[in-house]
Design a protein around this ligand. Sequence first.
Ligand code: UD1
Length: 438
Amino acid sequence: MDRIRIQGGTPLSGTIEVSGAKNATLPLMTASLLTPDRLTLTNVPQLEDIRTLARVLVELGVTVEAGLSDLPIFKNGQRPRPRTHRLALTAADIVSTTAPYDLVRKMRASVLVLGPLVARFGEARVSLPGGCAIGPRPVDLHLKGLKALGARIELRDGYVEASAPQGLAGAVIRLPIVSVGATENLLMAATLAHGTTVIENAAREPEVGDLARCLVAMGAEIEGIDTDRLLVRGVKRLHGATYDVVPDRIETGTYAMAAGITGGAIELVGARLGLLAQPAQLMNEAGVDLNETNEGVTARAKNGRLHAVDADTQPYPGFPTDLQAQFMALMATADGRAVVTENIFENRFMHVPELARMGADISVRGSSAIVTGVDRLIGAPVMATDLRASVSLVLAGLAAEGTTTISRVYHLDRGYDRLVEKLAACGAAIERVGDDPR
Ligand code: UD1
């Protein structure tokens, strides 16, 4: 298994091209199931999670063609954007409505085929998902919502079986807690339901808005995009479209923190500052200056040591759980004591003992971690445990004295497009190395 080796201590300086958002691309791919026509996505990140979901879709009979976007897209006065990766998905000849365990277990987002399949074909059989080891992650809200839309739901042999032979019917659904995945599944299902659906307490994450905008481009009727109340008027059929995936705000935040933790400055081409919401504000308070430019966003560490700032994960526009581990690494060398609280997932502090191996001073009390900044981190062999935890170790390694070796890097391949190349281009001494021979 590959490892990543980092020689820390170099302030990062340079340009990073931000990729399309993983968490937008995954639901957008499953939206292709809603139409027999071709859905073309551009600005698609090159990630293992995308390949896994493509395999699930191919299993169902979707034709998936990968390539490069036709034309460089650029506006007046801007640097031409390089051609981006494109995925063309055509669900004209579906051969199965079953998403099997051996594929779904690799990635929880495969559950997003459920809503589109039952809406268009009246049936779906999807294995209960696996995914990151970050505590119990049920899908009860997805299932309750589909039931409210008239689907019959049964759990058999580890599979969810949903059926609606007469089609789905619009309903008012109030989600008891904000769920990105449930909002997306129900939004997709509602586009082809008879009548009007209202989703209350809907997730407002930019990736949900991206999905809604793509569905509108496919002919769906949706009001309240980017708000917590989505109103969907069902239509008989959707058609094909071409859609450009929103930039990845988590990747943006991660590299901005890489600039901050190393005392460097990076230009994040293609990034959108507005998508970052609260993390931008907290990074600023901590001493990382973020500014919007024509090309994207610049992230620059202000002079002197970073300051401790508390963070508290919340649904968008609050602080995202997907940046919690990285922020904790940032706070590990800041001046003072920061309290980082995780409210979205249980068991999402697996990076804490690994950061401690590098000299971080962190104690966990319930859902809060108290981080007392130390003068310096020291390189060590550490282990990646989940996607975001792994990248927090990369950040710590970039700032640490000496060598950090991170094993189990397949977690990073799931969600960070060409991470080693992007950081190396900014002067980081980082490389991917093969198996430990011992
Ligand atoms: C998505 C993101 C993930 C991010 C998370 C929270 C994708 C592919 N993944 O995951 O990176 O960390 O949003 O921003 O977009 N819950 C239930 N029942 C359900 C569904 C969710 O109790 O049926 C709970 C979860 O356990 C969790 C909370 O709701 O505590 C939020 O989860 P949710 O927003 O659904 O996360 P995902 O969509 O799985």
